[in-house]
Design a binder for this molecule. Structure first.
Ligand code: GDP
Length: 173
């Protein structure tokens, strides 16, 4: 019999306009995966199936507009993607606030957090340096990656990275 596919829930957190919706849509069209849209059963949830190291997993993305309230009401997700836009300093500050909150709630000790700087294609408008992103991630022991959904830069790497981080944390939990 086929092995059971485990589903992991991934929370997408970040200021409006940083590209969370665009990123998940891009994941859905990734070539290395099977994607489907659960919109009919659960609004705001989209899933992709990824075969990695001979094992298939499902990642279900949940857009958390209000992590403060929404995380109180549901089981905690298995991973957190905290996103900002490199052309929007305020969104970077918001990312720091969210990371601090996750740490306060002790949610990230056993669950990976990945800090994602999006829109690196907009080179001339950049307002947050790579170094600042790296430092923030380091402070909260998060992983860090810069991407561009617009030009599909590092999007597949992020998708695989999320699953790898979840599996690594499970091994060491
Ligand atoms: P959300 O509010 O975080 O879900 O943000 P959206 O996914 O709705 O994106 C906000 C806007 O940013 C949209 O107009 C996107 O087309 C645009 N956007 C998202 N990612 C990128 C990117 O990597 N580069 C550029 N130039 N625009 C982007």
């Amino acid at each position: 019999p086929a092995p059971e596919v485990i589903t992991y829930r991934v929370a997408m957190i970040g200021a409006p306009g940083v590209g969370k919706t665009a990123l998940v849509s891009q994941f859905m069209t990734s070539e290395c995966i099977n994607a489907y849209d659960r919109q009919r059963d659960a609004p705001k949830e989209q899933s992709v199936f990824i075969m990695l190291n001979g094992e298939e997993s499902e990642l279900c993305f949940i857009n958390l507009a209000n992590p403060k309230e929404e995380l109180d009401r549901t089981d905690p997700p298995d991973a957190f993607v905290v996103m900002y836009s490199v052309i929007d300093k305020a969104s970077f500050q918001r990312a720091e606030t969210e990371l601090a909150r996750l740490q306060d709630w002790d949610l990230v000790r056993s669950r990976p957090a990945i800090l994602v700087g999006n829109k690196v294609d907009l080179v001339r408008s950049r307002a947050v340096s790579s170094q600042d992103g790296k430092c923030l991630a380091c402070t909260y022991r998060a992983k860090f990656i810069e991407i561009s959904v617009g030009i599909s830069h590092n999007v597949d790497e992020l998708l695989v990275g999320i699953l790898n981080q979840i599996r690594l944390k499970l091994i060491h939990a």
